[in-house]
Design a protein around this ligand. Structure first.
Ligand SMILES: Nc1ncnc2c1ncn2[C@@H]1O[C@H](COP(=O)(O)OP(=O)(O)OP(=O)(O)O)[C@@H](O)[C@H]1O
Ligand SMILES: [Mg+2]
Length: 344
C-alpha cells in the first residue's frame, strides 16, 4: 500500500552512468543533471573515507589533489570500479534531481553496456538501490543510444550505432529492439587524451596533464584533414630538465597522435559488418553508421570514418546526450520498455 502510494507520487529517473559524465533524466521533465563522474574523497589516518566534493566541483581536483585527498572516477565504460564512491555519487544526483521531493523513492531505468557481466549488472543495480531506487530496470546502452538518436530500433532493419564515450567505443548492430552483435574498442575520448599525452612525451619530451591534453584534442583534434594554420600553445614539464616549458603544437601533430584511435574504430566497424548476418550488413551499407557519445564530437570523425570504411557515416544530433535521451525515452514509453525487455 505504502509502496503503491509512493509509486503514485514518485519521480522516476533514467540514468546514463558514464565514465566521464553522468546524466539524469527526470520523467516528464528531461535531463535535469549532467555532471562529470568524479568524486573527491579524503582518507583519514584510520583509513576512513569522506566525500569532499562531487561532480563539477571535484573535476578540477583530478591530478591536483594533496596526498590524503583523491579525485576518483568510480565508473569505467559502464562498470563500477568503486562501489562506495559510486553510491555516494548516485545518491547526490538523485537528491539533486528530486529537489525538495527528496523523500520519494524512484523507479530507475539505467543503461548498461551490452557486454556487462551478471556481476557488473548486479553492481549497478545494487548502487541504484542503495541510492534510494525502489525498482531498477537495466537496458542495453546501445539501444538507449539508438532511441536517443531517433533511430527506428523496433524495425527489423539493421542499424549500426557507434557510441564513442569517454572510456570506450561501443560498436553495436541492432535490429528488432535487440543487440545482434557488439564490439568494444578500448579507450574512447579519455584514451584519445592519453594518446596526446604519450605523443607529447615521445615527440617533444614534454609531460602534460589530462586536462591540457583534452583541451588540445577539442581545440585542434581532427580525424580528417588538419587545418595547416591551426596551432596551440601547451604548458607542461620538460622531461629532460624537470622545469616548466611551453610548446607550440599543430593540428597535424594532434591528428597524428589520434590517428591510431580513429583507425581502431574503423577496424571495429569493418569487423562488425563482416560478422553481421548478410541481410543486416547490407542494411548498414545502404543506411549508414550513426555516431553518438561525446567522443564523436571530434572534428570530422564522420568524414574520417567514411574514408576508412567506405560506408556512409553520420553524427547524431546532440550526440553527448543520446544515451540519456534514449533511457529517458524508454522510461516514458511503456511499450518501448516491453520491447527492449523482451529483446534483451
Ligand atoms: N568537441 C569535442 N571533441 C572531441 N572530444 C570531445 C568533444 N567534446 C567532448 N569530447 C569528449 O567526449 C568524452 C566524453 O563523452 P561522453 O560524455 O559521451 O562519455 P561517457 O558517457 O561519460 O563515457 P562512457 O560512455 O565511455 O562511459 C570525453 O573524453 C570528452 O573529452
Ligand atoms: Mg556514454
Amino acid at each position: 500500500m505504502l509502496n503503491a502510494m509512493l509509486g503514485l507520487f514518485s519521480q522516476d529517473l533514467a540514468v546514463d552512468l558514464g565514465t566521464s559524465n553522468t546524466r539524469v533524466y527526470l520523467r516528464g521533465t528531461g535531463v535535469v543533471c549532467d555532471e562529470p563522474t568524479v568524486v573527491s574523497v579524503q582518507t583519514d589516518r584510520d583509513g576512513r573515507r569522506r566525500v569532499t566534493a562531487i561532480g563539477s566541483e571535484a573535476l578540477p581536483m583530478l591530478g591536483r589533489t594533496p596526498e590524503d585527498i583523491h579525485a576518483i572516477q568510480p565508473i569505467r565504460a559502464g562498470r563500477i570500479l568503486d562501489f562506495e564512491v559510486a553510491e555516494a555519487f548516485l545518491l547526490h544526483l538523485v537528491r539533486r534531481a528530486h529537489g525538495r521531493n527528496g523523500w520519494m523513492r524512484p523507479r530507475m531505468v539505467v543503461a548498461v553496456p551490452h557486454h556487462a557481466s551478471d556481476m557488473e549488472a548486479r553492481a549497478v543495480r545494487d548502487s541504484c538501490e542503495s541510492a534510494g531506487a525502489r525498482e531498477v530496470h537495466l537496458v542495453p546502452r546501445p539501444i538507449a543510444a539508438a532511441v536517443g538518436a531517433s533511430l527506428p530500433v523496433q524495425e527489423p532493419d539493421g542499424t549500426l550505432i557507434v557510441d564513442v564515450g569517454g572510456g570506450s567505443t561501443e560498436i553495436s548492430l541492432l535490429a528488432l529492439s535487440g543487440v545482434v552483435l557488439s564490439r568494444v574498442v578500448p579507450g574512447g575520448g579519455e584514451g584519445m587524451d592519453a594518446a596526446i599525452i604519450q605523443w607529447l612525451q615521445r615527440e617533444r619530451r614534454l609531460l602534460v596533464g589530462r586536462p591540457s591534453a583534452e583541451r588540445l584534442k577539442i581545440a585542434l583534434g581532427t580525424a580528417s584533414h588538419p587545418d595547416p594554420s591551426a596551432t596551440s600553445v601547451v604548458k607542461g614539464r620538460c622531461l629532460e630538465r624537470g622545469i616548466p616549458r611551453s610548446e607550440t603544437v599543430s593540428a597535424a601533430d594532434i591528428a597524428s597522435a589520434l590517428a591510431p584511435h580513429v583507425e581502431a574504430i574503423a577496424v571495429g566497424i569493418r569487423n562488425a559488418i563482416s560478422e553481421a548476418p548478410p541481410e543486416l550488413g547490407s542494411d548498414v551499407v545502404d543506411q549508414g553508421v550513426v555516431l553518438t557519445g561525446g567522443g564523436s564530437l571530434l572534428r570530422d570523425l564522420d568524414l574520417g570514418l567514411r574514408d576508412l570504411t567506405g560506408l556512409p557515416v553520420i553524427r547524431a544530433e546532440d550526440p553527448e546526450q543520446a544515451v540519456a535521451h534514449g533511457v529517458g525515452g524508454i522510461l516514458e514509453d511503456t511499450l518501448l520498455q516491453h520491447a527492449v525487455a523482451l529483446a534483451s
